[in-house]
Structures are given as C-alpha cells and as structure tokens.
Design a protein around this ligand. Structure first.
Ligand SMILES: Cc1cc2nc3c(=O)[nH]c(=O)nc-3n(C[C@H](O)[C@H](O)[C@H](O)COP(=O)(O)O)c2cc1C
Length: 374
C-alpha cells in the first residue's frame, strides 16, 4: 500500500487519529473585521480540510489584543471570537475531525498600530527585530524597539494564556498548541539574542526556559497536560530569531517538557536557510526530530518542507509520529485523500497566502468526483 505509514492510526492524548497527515498552523489573515472574528469563509476553509480522524492545528490565534502582530488574525480573547471559533470547531467535528488551536503572542513582532493605546509592543528585552512589521492597515514598516516586560507583568501575560486556553475550551477545540516557535514571544524568552534579562526569566538556560514552562503549566491547568501540545523551531531563523548554540537550550527545554506528559511536541525542521547557515539535509545530518527524538518519549509531530514520500520515510524511520503539512494543505484541501491515492498535488500561490477573500483560500480544487470514487 502506498504511503502506508501516513495512514496508520495514532493516539494523541485522549484522541485516536485515523491518519498522520496533520494540517500545520497557517496564518491566513482573513478573519472578519472589526474584531478579528472567525467568519463563514473561515468555516468553509477549515471544513474543506477536515477529515474523519484527521488533526488540524488551527492558525496562530492571538491570546490578547497585545499579543497580536498582524491584521485580521482571528483572536481568542473576546466573546465574539469564541462564538466565531465555535462555528469552525462544529464544522470540523461534523465530519469527525479533530482541531487544536494554536495560542499565539507575537511579542516584539507586533507594531504599535495593533496595541491598546498605540503602545509599544512588549518583549523580554528592548531589542528590535530586524525586518518589517505588518501594521493594522497591512503596511510594512520597520520593527519598533519593544518595551521590556517587568517581572511582575510576566504573570499577567501568563494569565492571558490561561484565559485564552479557557476560551478555546469554550469554543469547542479538542486541545491547544502553544506557539513556541518562529521568533515570537515564547521563543524570544528562550533565545539569548532576544532575552538579556537579569531576573528569573533571563540569563541561564533554565531561566530562559521558565516562561515556556510556566505558560505550558498554566494552560494545562485548564486542559490537562494530555490535550496541550508545544511547537518549537530549534534551528529556525524566522522573524530575526536563531540561537547560536541551539542544542543545549532545546535539549533542556524538551527534557523539561517531557516530564509533563503532553499531547505532543511539534518540531519545525530547518528549511532552505535553516540554522542561519545551509540547509540541513537529512541524509547528512539529523533533523530536529531525529536529534531530539531520543529525549522525547511522547508523540512527535514534525513539519517543514515535507513531501508525502519524505514524510512516509520519516515515519518509517521512527523519527516522527505524524507530519504536519503547511503549504501543501493550503493548495490541497483534500491533501490526505490525494496522498492516499497517489494523485498529483495542486501547486500553491504564495501571492494569496496572507489576506484577501476566497481566492487562494477556499477555491483550490478538490479531486474530481470520478477520481474520488476510483
Ligand atoms: C502562509 C503561512 C502561514 C503560517 N502561519 C503559521 C502560524 O500561524 N503558526 C505557526 O506555527 N507556523 C506558521 N507557518 C509555518 C507552517 O506551519 C509550517 O511550519 C511551514 O510552512 C513549513 O511547512 P511546509 O513546508 O509544509 O509548508 C506558516 C506558514 C505559511 C506558509
């Protein structure tokens, strides 16, 4: 049977998945405005991609107004957003799918135009990212220097994660994923380039990992540990991130997370410019999942440039338990079915990734009816 490993069942927390082709979290900047509320177009998009026993990790969802860094990203802090997300989760559950929500705080990757009172974005330290922010009106302007959170403010941010976790439960999700990747707030605390604090949240590896662990525990108080996943990108450089020596930091963080019996660990593999250097080719060097697999006893999901063939190979090697597809799930609403049948995949159009309406969002074609019946 073609791609047999991708189509074997998998237990994630309390859930029995029927296949291992997960949908990666994908920011599409198409929430209803004002209010950044999931709407009918978003329901259509997610229900197109839901499959019986399949896992969708919904896009990064700001946990508070201050957590937001891009326009039209659907939040999880207002009652209308909870109502909107409920329409999405109901649609996914109607076809027997599972859906986790990614809890997101962008930290310094925000812009004052998103912030309450047009304040500066907050971060572990007052160090500006190099690159351009997305303003509330979809303009690109250089990142501002963020304001460093005081020690006492940090517990308030952790409370916002917990409130968002409670909202996600009310919105009918099956679990939550903490966004600890891609240069956003959790990763800004983890990495030494963005965290020069001198309190209990900075300095040593243990201190820099404290925020991640406190957020995880506080979200798990709402959900139980087995319905909470964590996403990390040890070798990523997105949003001006990148740890000089990732191994000691991420070994410690993953070792500590492993004590919590989480639903899963989700690792992003380095892509073209991984680790700030050359691509890490899995023929020559271990991938993130290969490296950290020995210290992660639970379910391991990997993402990053996988094809159906390389995903199947990683599963058969035992390096990962499931593979999350991003761009291919954008352009192939019926991706699991296409992979299972060995059908060709639609190409994606990068120009329509962020913002807009149905074009490049809900209008990618499914397999023809004849193909489906074959
Ligand atoms: C349009 C777009 C939006 C993304 N949004 C998110 C996001 O909200 N949260 C996140 O953790 N990763 C996000 N990513 C990264 C993907 O989840 C995934 O890790 C990445 O695309 C690599 O997988 P792929 O090669 O299968 O696309 C995004 C990627 C793309 C292309």
């Amino acid at each position: 049977m073609r791609d047999q490993f991708l189509f074997s069942p998998l237990t994630v927390g309390p859930y029995r998945l029927s296949h291992r082709v997960a949908m990666a979290p994908l920011t599409r900047m198409r929430a209803g405005r004002p209010g950044d509320i999931p709407r009918a177009l978003n329901v259509e998009y997610y229900s197109q991609r839901a499959t019986p026993g399949g896992l969708i990790i919904a896009e990064g969802s700001p946990i508070s107004e201050a957590a937001k860094g891009m326009p039209a990203t659907p939040g999880i802090y207002s009652s209308n957003q909870v109502i909107g997300w409920r329409t999405v989760t109901d649609a996914v559950h109607a076809v027997g799918g599972r859906i986790f929500l990614q809890l997101w705080h962008v930290g310094r990757i925000s812009h004052s135009s998103h912030q309450p009172g047009a304040a500066l974005p907050v971060a572990p330290s007052a160090i500006a990212a190099i690159g351009n922010a997305f303003t509330a009106t979809f303009e690109r302007v250089p990142f501002e220097t963020p304001r460093a959170l005081t020690t006492s403010e940090i517990s308030g941010v952790i409370d916002s994660y917990q409130k968002a976790a409670r909202n996600a439960l009310e919105a009918g999700f099956d679990g939550v994923e903490i966004h600890g990747a891609n240069g956003y707030l959790v990763e800004q605390f983890l990495q030494s380039r963005t965290n020069v604090r001198v309190d209990a949240y900075g300095g040593s590896i243990a201190n820099r990992t404290r925020f991640l662990l406190e957020v995880t525990r506080s979200v798990a108080e709402v959900w139980g540990t087995d319905r909470v996943g964590v996403r990390l990108s040890p070798f990523g450089i997105a949003n001006d991130s990148g740890e000089v020596e990732p191994l000691p930091l991420y070994s410690f963080a993953i070792h500590e997370l492993a004590k919590l019996n989480l639903a899963y660990l989700h690792l992003i593999e380095p892509r073209a410019s991984g680790a700030g250097q050359a691509e890490v080719d899995r023929k020559d060097a271990p991938t993130a999942s290969g490296l950290f697999r020995p210290i992660w006893p639970g379910v391991l999901i990997a993402a990053g440039n996988y094809t159906p063939a390389s995903a199947n190979a990683a599963l058969s090697d035992g390096w990962v338990d499931a593979v999350a597809f991003g761009r291919l799930f954008i352009s192939n609403p019926d991706l699991p079915e296409r992979i299972r049948k060995g059908e060709p995949l639609n190409a994606y159009n990068r120009a329509t990734f962020y913002g807009g309406e149905a074009e490049g969002y809900t209008d990618y074609p499914r397999l023809g009816v004849a193909a489906l019946e074959s």
